[in-house]
Design a protein around this ligand. Structure first.
Ligand SMILES: [Zn+2]
Length: 221
């Protein structure tokens, strides 16, 4: 077992909220596996809001994270299943840094999407030591997440192109909230009809708030 100061250092270095590093292992010369523990001992029952729970089962799984120096980082995470002492229902805990059923952290997804918008998929795959198909999967899941988390308010809307992906599903345009710099939708086509269809789907309440639209389609890179 590694020393406590070293584990403490890695806990600081990976900088995830409410998480403690309990072990690590260099899998290869360039890959490190970091084992985490959630500092919260208890969870809140989503059914009856009771906080008196017991651990029902441990579910360890491995997710990819942003690189640490030269190392590709994999996190070994326990998404515990709790049993509520009051209503006896079983539920999985929510982890603030990973979306349910994703094999990577939220911050890796944001980093990859940001980089894809700046350069292209092949570059981003190389830089993050991922395959093109892993990047495509991530983009596809990101698109689904964006669709389920529709924006509530947009004042300045940006429409930009994405370099076409090779093979698989192609994304052609991204809509960005220019105030937060966050993407709000990835679209497969960059023509007016597709963009208009998405915008209308947001509803008039949101559309009426938009004060400014900046379009940067078909820009030469
Ligand atoms: Zn309950």
């Amino acid at each position: 077992m590694p020393s406590n100061p070293l584990l403490h250092f890695i806990t600081k270095a990976i900088n995830l909220q409410d998480i403690k590093v309990i072990n690590y292992d260099f899998i290869t010369d360039s890959e490190i596996l970091i084992e985490l523990e959630n500092k919260h001992k208890e969870g809140e029952c989503p059914h009856c809001r009771n906080t008196k729970v017991t651990v029902h089962q441990n579910h360890w799984h491995i997710v990819r994270d942003i690189p640490l120096s030269y190392y590709q980082v994999f996190l070994k995470v326990n998404r515990r299943q709790f049993k509520c002492k009051k209503c006896k229902k079983v539920f999985s805990e929510k982890l603030s840094f990973i979306k349910t059923r994703r094999s990577y952290t939220k911050r890796l997804a944001s980093k990859v999407v940001g980089e894809v918008l700046e350069t292209n998929v092949e570059n981003v795959a190389r830089k993050n030591r991922m395959t093109v198909s892993e990047i495509e999967t991530l983009l596809k899941e990101y698109e689904a997440d964006l669709l389920s988390e529709r924006p509530r308010k947009i004042k300045k809307l940006g429409i930009d192109e994405i370099t076409q992906l090779k093979g698989g599903k192609n994304y052609a345009a991204v809509l960005v909230d220019l105030d937060t710099r966050k993407p709000i939708a990835l679209l497969e086509k960059r023509n007016k009809a597709v963009i208009a269809e998405y915008l209308f789907s947001l509803g008039s309440e949101i559309l009426e708030q938009i004060e400014e639209v900046s379009i940067d389609l078909w820009k030469q890179r």
